[in-house]
Write a protein of this length. Structure first.
Length: 338
């Protein structure tokens, strides 16, 4: 009798504890469901407000979104960085300025803007470089100049290394070229972890991104202030879609090993190369990255712009275009010499 009473008491305690958890679990579940509904609606709203502005082509089964300004040769291809898209290059003024004397083509890299990023393959720098090589072929581009900003600089380098016949010259801006310890590479991992990552990207990650976006933007542009046009026109809502968070998180998590793999091959780079960076970049260390790359690539040219940060193309658009002009002139002189 006493033993039965003791057992019943233990069961009652366990049942009481279980019931005490239920409200918390229910509240968390309701919160996640509400977040998922908000994220879905916010994604739809962003895509209505910022529809695609360019054309589409399919390469390797991937639907790529791009803007082609038309015009005659020479051709300049612009590759944006992590977290950005075509709008970055347009808002900076680089597209309109370069289009005065180039046929400018700007791609949304896989997973950004309105370009697809199929989950059936890893989208490292080599995979993206091969994708763009084939895109160049479909567009009939012959050895275009390629400008790569930030993560786009790694893709541009891989293009020149793996497909040198597809690139006339490189202008690399604010790039990350050598592996270093980076906290952001670690914090990006949960968002790409199977199951957990899907849950986070469709619930709380966009909400956290909305809160942290202003501070991150200020750091990207520092020490200069945020350009008014960027604040007014950049489609932040598109960057907070689950699909683009996945792309950005994948590239953040893999940029260190990508740099480690590319580092071994830098001495094999050939052709005209200009390396540009802001002297006060707070995202990547200019001395440890751009200056060091210049020391490894003997035939490269280095242009460090004092007082500018990671988004130097917003504040020195004319100097970027001048560097592109110089690359074009070097390509022409090498062609004549050949």
């Amino acid at each position: 009798m006493a033993l039965d009473f003791h057992r019943n008491s233990k069961r009652a305690v366990r049942g009481s504890k279980t019931r005490s958890w239920l409200p918390g679990v229910a509240a968390a579940t309701a919160g996640l469901l509400a977040s998922a509904v908000y994220v879905r609606e916010d994604t739809s709203r962003a895509e209505r407000e910022y529809p695609p502005t360019g054309k589409f082509m399919t390469v390797q089964g991937v639907r790529l979104h791009f803007v082609d300004t038309g015009g005659a040769d020479p051709v300049l291809v612009l590759l944006h960085g992590n977290g950005a898209m075509i709008a970055d290059m347009e808002i900076s003024g680089l597209v309109s300025e370069a289009a005065k004397r180039y046929r400018v083509i700007v791609f949304d890299r896989p997973g950004y803007g309105y370009s697809e990023r199929p989950g059936d393959r890893a989208w490292g720098v080599q995979a993206q470089a091969d994708l763009f090589r084939q895109a160049f072929g479909k567009l009939g581009l012959v050895r275009p100049l390629v400008f790569g900003h930030s993560w786009g600089a790694q893709v541009a380098i891989s293009l020149a290394l793996d497909h040198p016949e597809s690139v006339g010259g490189l202008v690399l801006a604010s790039g990350y070229y050598f592996p270093t310890a980076r906290a952001d590479a670690i914090t990006a991992v949960p968002a790409i972890t199977p199951v957990l990552g899907d849950l986070l990207r469709h619930t709380i990650s966009p909400l956290i991104g909305r809160l942290t976006a202003p501070g991150l933007s200020r750091k990207m542009f520092a020490p200069q202030p945020l350009p008014p046009r960027f604040s007014a026109e950049f489609p932040v809502g598109l960057t907070l879609r689950p699909s683009q968070i996945r792309a950005s998180s994948e590239e953040t998590a893999t940029m260190v090993p990508a740099a480690a793999e590319l580092e071994k091959r830098y001495p094999h780079l050939r052709g005209p190369i200009c390396i540009m960076a802001g002297g006060s970049d707070r995202i990547v260390d200019t001395d440890a990255q751009s200056v060091r790359l210049h020391s490894v690539i003997g035939q490269s040219e280095l242009r460090v712009l004092p007082g500018l940060g990671h988004m130097m193309h917003y504040f020195a658009t004319d100097q970027v275009v001048r560097a592109i002009d110089d690359m074009a002139a070097r390509v022409d002189s090498l062609a004549l010499a050949g």
